[in-house]
Design a protein around this ligand. Sequence first.
Ligand SMILES: [Zn+2]
Length: 309
Amino acid sequence: MKKFFQYFIIIILFSAWGIILQNKTSVRETVSEFTGIGLPCAKPFQYAVGIVDPRFDLSANNFLAEIREAEKIWETQSGKNLFEYKPDAQFKLNLIFDERQVASNAADKLASNLDQLEISHQKIANQYEDLAGIYEKKMAKYDANVVAYEKKLRDYNKAVADWNKNSGSQDEYNDLAKEKKTINELYDKLEKERTEVNGLAGKTNALVSKEQKVVNEYNANVSTYKNKYGGSREFEKGLYDGKGISLYQFKQLADLRLTIVHELGHALGVGHVEDPQSIMYYLLSDQNMENPQLSPDDLSALKAVCKFE
Ligand SMILES: [Zn+2]
């Protein structure tokens, strides 16, 4: 009975786990729309590096390297020299550290806590499986031994009653005495087995409460995550304001680079396009982050703005 109850508990925990893990948040990018520059793309758009907040842990040189990579994506695919780094250019790209990156870092930390807890949970679940398997085997063996013992005891009692009724011989008496000794030994063995099985049950139950603790902690972390970073909350990753580009949040360099490619598009005068995989889609979500490519929509928007053939 006990073992079924434990299985029941563990199944409930697993399904709760599955539901919780579905939570996700998305990061949005918003931008002031392009206001217009004279003769777009007639000559390379000049830019410089402005503020690089040290809290991003990215040097100005490495920041510039990412900008150059972003520049290349526009230039390689269009076959035009669209941008030019000029250290004293008016137009600056800035890395501005504020509550957005703070929130992003905190969210990362929580996410990594959740990963760790998931690993602990899996470990406990495996231990539980092993222990429950051993418990089940020992319990089955114990049950079978109890049945055998009870039969032996019944037979013995019947033999004793017969012996008393028929005034049996001394030999029969000796046999019965021997059988009694065997039965007593069997009883002691069963008691030992019972203690062992109970010990295993105790260990298994301890694992279940350990797991409950991990699940509780996980759930607490998930609700913190949800309250702080979930729902429809949006924040700007980057902003083009006509005079410069400000970048506010990224998780990895590829993410930063993709945001720069997008904002550079705005600097050229390209607005948002409809296709979610496009660089110039208003959200950073479905684009190929590791290897960003201009989509046909991006390219036609660029051609329209720059009046390329
Ligand atoms: Zn945009």
